[in-house]
Write a new protein. Structure first.
Length: 319
């Protein structure tokens, strides 16, 4: 077997390990479509919406107004109502949806439960249904003469004006929107928690039980620390989705019938969210600059809440 100089071997390895300029160009060429698409349809709209927030924009004229739109946000009662509605929905939907999903995932994950895949499938089915369809169906069920009030009547309870069309009150609109949202998305969260529970080694749980750990101690000291990252992901996507909620309240309250008339969120703007107000401001009133400021407010709210959640959930592990 011929002996090769050590320097030649090292040089050949460097040549094999280091791609040529031609190979690198071919690699960049293959990944370029993704980055171009992301830049055009992802980065550019985000950056341009920030720019719009400080302008008075029309398709034919752009005027820089500085912080005028931001100042208008601070004094607009409709923006305050939409922000409070969005935060209310975020808090209620996140607590109920994540808590219920974790509880059901823990129950379904038990070995004594038969047909676990069937339960997961049934609970996941609402997630596959289009929100527009859900909004139309639940709009009929929530009607004053609908099925829900009929069932309340059988129980001897007074009917509830869920959507506010009879009494003109928006008191029950947000609970109705929260109920439909939880009903649709809880199955998706159950699947995520189930995947996280499956990834936990069974030996750790068995060892904890042998050491005398009860169900609560097992959950607190074994399952929860190992499920923390999955929990943060579930909570984060639930918070972001509930703050951006648009289609369910829109369809529950009659679709676009109230668009441009100031009644898009139903009576007393009880179902008006920031996303609905953004849409109404931009596409029905043509105030794209002010809509950009609303989008900036929504982005800042999501960023602050998500950062706070991360700090809260990972506080013990980072400390």
């Amino acid at each position: 077997m011929p002996a090769y100089p050590l320097a030649s071997i090292r040089a050949s390895r460097r040549l094999l390990a280091r791609p040529t300029v031609r190979q690198a160009l071919w690699g960049y060429l293959f990944v370029a479509p993704f980055y171009l698409t992301f830049a055009v349809f992802g980065l550019f709209p985000i950056g341009y919406s920030f720019y719009l927030a400080f302008t008075r924009w029309t398709p034919f004229h752009v005027e820089w107004v500085g912080l005028e739109n931001v100042g208008r946000l601070l004094s607009d009662p409709l923006v305050h109502t939409a922000l409070l509605n969005s935060l209310w929905l975020m808090a209620v939907v996140t607590v109920v949806q994540v808590g219920l999903a974790l509880l059901l995932a823990l129950v379904i994950h038990q070995r004594v439960v038969r047909g676990r895949d069937l339960y997961r499938t049934v609970l996941f089915l609402p997630y596959l249904t289009a929100p527009v369809v859900l909004g139309l169906v639940w709009g009929v069920l929530f009607a004053y003469s609908g099925v829900l009030n009929y069932l309340l009547g059988l129980l001897g309870l007074a009917p509830v004006d869920w959507l506010g069309y009879v009494t003109g009150s928006g008191r029950w609109i947000k609970p109705a929107v929260a109920f439909v949202t939880v009903w649709q998305y809880v199955g998706w969260n159950i699947l995520l928690f189930s995947a996280g529970l499956t990834a936990i080694p069974a030996e750790l749980c068995e060892a904890a039980r042998l050491d005398g750990a009860g169900p609560w101690a097992l959950l607190r000291w074994v399952i929860w620390p190992l499920l923390r990252r999955v929990t943060f992901f579930v909570v984060a996507i639930t918070v972001i989705g509930s703050l951006q909620i648009f289609d369910i309240p829109l369809m529950l309250l009659g679709g676009l019938a109230g668009a441009g008339s100031g009644t898009l969120g139903g009576p007393e703007a009880g179902g008006l969210t920031l996303s609905m107000l953004l849409y109404d401001t931009a596409f029905n009133y043509g105030q794209f600059g002010y809509a950009g400021a609303i989008a900036l407010l929504l982005f800042a709210t999501i960023l602050l809440v998500t950062a706070g959640l991360r700090q809260t959930i990972f506080r013990d592990s980072e400390g």
